[in-house]
Design a binder for this molecule. Structure first.
Ligand SMILES: [Zn+2]
Length: 326
């Protein structure tokens, strides 16, 4: 089955980002892996009136299958409308590896894609990105690219060290590729083990300022921006999980970025941690429980609570659209 995203009720990110930059907030891009996570994301955003990007990696697409993902995203839109909210919902490919993958997900009803050519040299990144932009724009699908390299590991994406984005390269890259948004490397990183405990994670906000200076009003994207909340790390360990001590990006570092030209901030790890903490707590405290709704339901509510907090405290995207009536 193939779909056009418009028949699923989805939106691309163009107007979402325009409004976000005009009104100085960032659109949350939350990764999802199953129905519970999709519902947690959609309900959190519908209740707060925040636009939302349902983000799906190639790994998540393989896990949920091509048949399920488009209809799960459509169900998310329908759920938001049933709750009385008019928030726009995008279905976005996270870290698209090549044009073949992009073609595949556009046929699946994705409204937005990332092409990650950040591991190539500058010229090759331009070439790969440009080809994706030319293809995707035929379907009115928006494209995100990346310049610079984020450290860390997540799904199939792995890098040992940061390579900060060079602000001198951004204008040429955007002009030559025609890309709709740009992920930059300013010190955020992928995964749960971003920084060692005791360190003081700082973003290179001066690079962000230079990029914004070169590309006024252009939508900038931050990957790897989970906070790795200590309460989840502790709960997971308390109930038998094994997790090295780790810390993420403090909310205070992201708040300034959200108010600036940063139009999209990705959060994946925190959803995983909230989910795992919720499930582990039920298994540890109610060992007789074997109804999946009783532990997956707890995990869903834990994620939803976290997303709402993040929307209010970091993204600033609350009430950008009509919030669901409670
Ligand atoms: Zn990423």
């Amino acid at each position: 089955m193939t779909y056009n995203y418009k028949e699923l009720g989805l939106s691309n990110t163009r107007e979402m980002f325009e409004k976000a930059n005009k009104e100085h907030y960032a659109v949350p891009a939350f990764n999802f892996n199953n129905m519970e996570q999709m519902l947690a994301i959609i309900e959190a955003c519908a209740e707060t009136g925040s636009p939302v990007i349902l983000q799906c990696s190639m790994g998540a697409l393989k896990y949920m299958t091509k048949e399920v993902v488009p209809l799960l995203a459509k169900a998310g839109v329908d759920r938001a409308r049933a709750m009385g909210s008019d928030i726009p919902v995008a279905l976005h490919l996270d870290h698209g590896p090549n044009l073949e993958a992009v073609k595949e997900v556009i046929d699946c009803g994705f409204s937005s894609v990332m092409i990650d050519g950040s591991h190539y040299d500058f010229e090759k990144n331009i070439e790969v990105t440009k080809a994706v932009v030319e293809y995707a724009h035929n379907y009115d699908v928006t494209v995100e690219a990346e310049l610079g390299v984020l450290a860390g590991i997540e799904d199939d994406v792995e890098a040992e060290h940061h390579i900060y984005t060079d602000p001198e390269e951004v204008i040429e890259f955007v002009e030559k590729t025609g890309v709709d948004s740009l992920a930059i490397a300013i010190g955020t990183s992928h995964g749960a083990h971003k920084f060692k405990p005791g360190s003081n994670p700082k973003l290179e906000l001066s690079i962000l300022a230079k990029v914004e200076d070169k590309l006024p009003g252009f939508p900038i994207v931050l990957h790897g921006s989970s906070a790795v909340p200590a309460e989840y790390v502790e709960k997971i360990k308390k109930y038998g999980g094994e997790l090295k001590d780790a810390i993420g990006i403090p909310d205070s570092e992201l708040q300034g970025a959200a108010k600036s030209g940063v139009a999209k901030i990705n959060v994946d790890t925190d959803g995983r941690l909230a989910f795992t903490a919720g499930v582990r707590e039920v298994f540890a405290t109610k060992p007789a429980e074997f109804d999946p709704r009783k532990y997956l339901g707890v995990a869903k509510e834990e994620m939803k609570k976290y997303y709402i907090l993040k929307i209010k405290n970091v993204f600033g995207s609350e009430n950008a659209y009509t919030a669901a009536k409670k």
